[in-house]
Design a protein around this ligand. Structure first.
Ligand code: IMP
Length: 433
């Protein structure tokens, strides 16, 4: 005990990094199990700022094993930049391990991501253009280049040639792009291999060891449940499984290794990129949430779309992830808003209503939230460290969420700083494992 999975319960950017950072201090290991450098978060420690895209934030603790699992897609250039940046900040990187089975983002994946979006035009997904989708597509097509391949020139050359062959037609417009020079690509990736070699490992045994010793092993997801390729708002999703179940395949453990599953949700909702968003606010209140919550992407700098908390989506998320606890972040952003609206069902076309998250794309595109209004609060809550220190209406908001979900709110974010958080007893006992 315990294997703890941390997943985003909404559309990503819920603040997983901060929670993992706080728990990482006690953990044997933190293992990222999917996604790539489409994710990102910032950790502030004293007057130093650390920016992460691929490396789990547990790296700031010397005794924590930080693993980029086999389910992740790795852009080695970005990873090396991140390693160099952390080294300049005097972070000890000996605990960083990268699965030899993780797939590599190649220069042609980036070009294909751009080309794919350009082709879709107005119907674009709004991807982060980091090559994530094309890389996972190659993985499924068994044309992927894996981390282990950059340690062997002959294999690397053969695999790149095989991967490029079926893409010639699509890549024709980039024919003269120096990034597609096969010789250069092999050279570059072999050089990356040399740099990454000390970190490349068979990673599942790291998790097994921690679990066998009864230590805290954290499985860290990226993006959020509604961006899951199977269970999210397809096709406006990322190209991997973001749900808790993916922790097993993406890290190399069985379902019995998981004891607790925490979903991270904001006290409201945001989304970047295109796709349905039934509680989206297009008015000044949306702008207010964006400003107060600093809702601009860490990775792409894009403005995030903002809206009210959506309990239809959150109930779905609790179910599909088997959540055992909810971490509610950014509660302070709601301070001063009265009433606070929460969607409890959707209204659809032809007077239809939906208590459950609609599986059908067209239905979801026409859905809008039906709301319950809850009373707000004006008091500054950033100093609260216990539930009792919160205003009664803030506590009422949390209780409403718990009733709707049937699971406890275990931790509450009350401000941007590291210590601006309320740990309930349930959360503290996990952290102390
Ligand atoms: P991709 O993952 O770059 O292919 O983008 C697919 C969709 O997922 C787009 O709507 C992105 O905006 C969204 N997305 C990818 N990563 C994140 C993230 O870390 N936070 C929020 N949205 C993301």
């Amino acid at each position: 005990m315990p294997g703890l999975v941390i997943v985003g319960a909404q559309w990503g950017d819920e603040g997983k990094g901060k929670v993992v950072d706080l728990l990482g201090e006690r953990a044997h290991s933190v293992i990222r199990f999917q996604g790539g450098n489409n994710a990102g978060h910032t950790i502030v420690r004293g007057d130093e700022t650390f920016k992460f895209h691929l490396i789990p934030s547990g790296i700031l603790y010397e005794d924590c094993n930080c693993v980029i699992g086999n389910g992740v897609v790795v852009d080695p250039r970005v990873l090396i930049e991140e390693i160099d940046g952390l080294r300049r900040q005097r972070v000890d990187l000996r605990g960083l391990k990268v699965s030899a089975n993780a797939h590599l983002i190649m220069p042609y994946h980036l070009l294909l991501d751009h080309a794919g979006e350009a082709k879709l035009g107005k119907r674009e997904i709004g991807t982060t253009k980091r090559g994530i989708g094309p890389c996972y597509a190659d993985k499924a097509a068994r044309l992927g280049i894996r981390v282990q391949d950059i340690l062997d020139e002959k294999i690397l050359r053969q695999k790149i040639a095989a991967a490029l062959e079926p893409k010639r037609l699509t890549l024709r417009e980039f024919e003269k792009d120096p990034r597609l020079d096969m010789h250069q690509m092999v050279e570059d990736y072999l050089a990356y291999g040399q740099r990454l070699a000390p970190h490349i490992a068979d990673t599942p045994p790291i998790a097994w060891q921690g679990l066998d010793e009864g230590r805290l092993v954290i499985f860290e997801g990226a993006q959020g449940t509604l961006l899951d390729i199977d269970h999210g708002t397809y096709p406006f999703v990322t190209s991997s499984n973001t749900v808790a179940g993916a922790a097993c395949s993406g890290a190399g453990v069985g379902p019995k290794a998981i004891d607790e599953i925490w979903g991270i949700a904001k006290a409201y909702c945001t989304r970047v990129g295109a796709g349905p968003f039934p509680t989206e606010l297009h008015d000044q209140l949306g702008d207010r949430l964006r400003k107060a919550g600093h809702e601009f992407g860490t990775t792409t700098g894009r403005e995030r779309r903002c809206g009210w908390l959506d309990m239809v989506a959150l109930r779905y998320s609790a179910r599909i992830n088997s959540l055992t606890g909810l971490v509610l972040t950014k509660l302070d952003v709601l301070t001063g808003i009265d009433p606070i609206r929460v969607a409890v069902r959707y209204a659809g076309a032809e007077d239809a209503t939906f208590e459950d998250f609609p599986y059908h794309q067209s239905v979801l595109h026409h859905a809008s939230g039906e709301y319950v209004d809850l009373p707000g609060w004006d008091e500054d809550i950033t100093g609260a460290r216990t539930l009792e220190e919160l205003p009664a209406n803030a506590r009422r908001y949390l209780e409403f969420i718990e009733e709707q979900l049937g699971i406890p709110v275990v931790t509450i974010g009350v401000g941007p700083a590291r210590d601006e958080i309320i740990w309930t007893d349930a959360a503290a006992s996990i952290a102390a494992a």
